[in-house]
Design a protein around this ligand. Structure first.
Ligand code: COA
Length: 443
């Protein structure tokens, strides 16, 4: 656009002005994902809560304070979450709502208007000389939301890296309001890797061959896996998330992306979350491509990655191999489906026959009151929802070993899972297995 600067200046305003001018009661407001959440716009929305009734708010993962989820605002804001975390859990389960889908479907849901975006809040880099900005740390659903939204409010923030990929666009073609406000992006501390995570990391690493393409989820286990990959060669990244573990492997020359079947030489991700150093690493870096989720998480794209390895966490798994990753039972939405099924399926469908979908989790959870719970149970908990069907689950890894379930009968799956359960729970699981499947564990 030739005169983008004039237009840009004419649309500059404070965050309060932007919110009061462009958000209306009853609107559906969507925030850019994850560390891309434009915090100043969110604060302004909450500051002006009295002006609004029933504004629906949707986003996936967030590291922000989530003040719009406080009970005092429940007449003003209606959270309808796409992923739940600590700040949003109570509101989602008691007065808000949750919408479930496979992450790769979200842009299509927006294109079809099934998921409406009345007002989108984005957090973008400073414009380049032609007025193009970058969404920086998250492309996933925001790339499409920018095109689908009726109104777009942009926080222009010098701390947002100018990352490459499909996240670069001419801001003034889409933005209704510009709010210049520089603030650091939220960071997460390095994961705590204890002996359990370390063992799981070693076992997962044993399933990864040189030249593999990796998808790594959130948390201490993916980081523990990265720590065990120091002797591997020519790994690639095609992942929902790019974290510090993958950046470190890139610096060490272990992830070089040279053996990828496409997107050679670059790391591809939907979003970035980690340290300040990671965000700086993404700035004007041609080795990183931040892309929309309907590309990165599309199982038909993932299936074409060479030696695709998908590693994700879970809350529990039953003896059939059904995995629950987003609910704990009791009808409570604990987290979200995210891209777990997209990647588990894509890896299982791998054209080269060398893909592996791995669910990696500690064998046990310890409740706040000290009660120990086996994460491998005969049945899922009461009112717990299945995330990965038994047909999706290939490999389950705990600190006690690897259960390879694909192609196995019910009883053999149960035996393989009991063998990697915590030893304290194995006797009970064996009894339950014999009752459910009418086969002796030892036969
Ligand atoms: N019963 C009761 N409590 C359990 C439990 C179980 N079976 N399993 C875990 N918990 C508790 C833990 O004790 C912990 O409690 P705390 O917060 O009080 O310490 C809490 O639940 C979280 O468990 P943890 O094992 O620390 O979770 P995590 O951070 O490793 O995340 C998932 C695991 C499954 C929640 C997370 O991976 C997820 O949401 N996955 C779905 C989305 C996805 O995989 N997307 C693709 C990757 S980007």
């Amino acid at each position: 656009m030739k005169n983008w600067k004039e237009l840009y200046d004419s649309k500059k305003m404070t965050s309060d002005e932007a919110i009061l001018r462009f958000v209306q009661s009853g609107d559906k407001v969507v925030f850019q994902h994850d560390v891309g959440e434009p915090e100043e716009l969110v604060r302004a929305l909450v500051r002006n809560a009295d002006h609004f009734k029933n504004v629906e708010i949707s986003h996936m993962f967030s590291l922000g304070p989530g003040d719009y989820c406080k009970e005092e605002y429940k007449e003003n804001f209606h959270p309808n979450m796409w992923f739940v975390s600590g700040q949003t859990r109570k509101a989602t389960n008691y007065w808000g709502d949750y919408t479930s889908f496979f992450f790769h479907e979200l842009p299509e849901l927006m294109r079809q208007g099934r998921v409406q975006v009345d007002c989108l809040f984005i957090n973008v880099s400073k414009p380049d000389k032609l007025g193009y900005v970058s969404l920086g740390v998250s492309g996933d659903y925001t790339v499409q939301a920018v095109r689908s939204a009726k109104k777009v409010i942009a926080q222009v923030n010098d701390c947002v890296p100018f990352s490459y990929g499909d996240v670069v666009f001419p801001l003034m073609e889409y933005a209704d309001a510009i709010v210049e406000y520089d603030e650091e992006l939220p960071t997460i501390p390095p994961s705590k890797i204890g002996p359990v995570e370390e063992e799981i990391g070693k076992l997962c690493a044993s399933l990864i061959d040189d030249g593999a393409t990796l998808q790594l989820g959130i948390g201490s286990i993916p980081d523990a896996v990265c720590a065990q990959l120091k002797t591997k060669k020519h790994l690639g990244l095609h992942s929902e998330m790019l974290g510090d573990g993958a950046m470190n492997l890139y610096y060490e020359g272990i992830i070089d992306n040279t053996m990828k079947s496409f997107d050679k030489d670059v790391m591809v991700a939907n979003f970035v979350m980690g340290s300040k150093e990671l965000y700086e690493f993404c700035d004007h870096n041609h080795a990183v491509k931040i892309m929309p989720v309907d590309y990165v998480n599309d199982p038909t794209i993932i299936m074409n990655c060479s030696k695709m390895i998908a590693i994700n966490g879970a809350l529990g798994c039953d003896l059939y191999g059904q995995v629950a990753s987003d609910t704990l039972g009791g009808d409570v939405q604990f987290s979200g489906v995210g891209g777990q099924v997209d990647f588990i399926r894509g890896a299982a469908m791998a054209r080269d026959g060398l893909g592996k979908g791995i669910i990696a989790m500690p064998s046990m959870a310890v409740k706040k009151d000290g009660t120990k719970i086996s994460k491998i149970t005969a049945h899922l908990a009461d009112k717990q929802v299945v995330t990965d069907s038994r047909n999706d689950t290939e490999f389950v890894v705990t600190e006690y070993g690897i259960a390879d379930l694909w192609g196995k009968s019910n009883a053999d799956r149960a035996r393989a899972l009991i063998d990697i359960a915590h030893p304290d729970f194995r006797p009970q699981l064996k009894e339950e297995m014999e009752e459910i499947f009418h086969h002796k564990y030892d036969e």
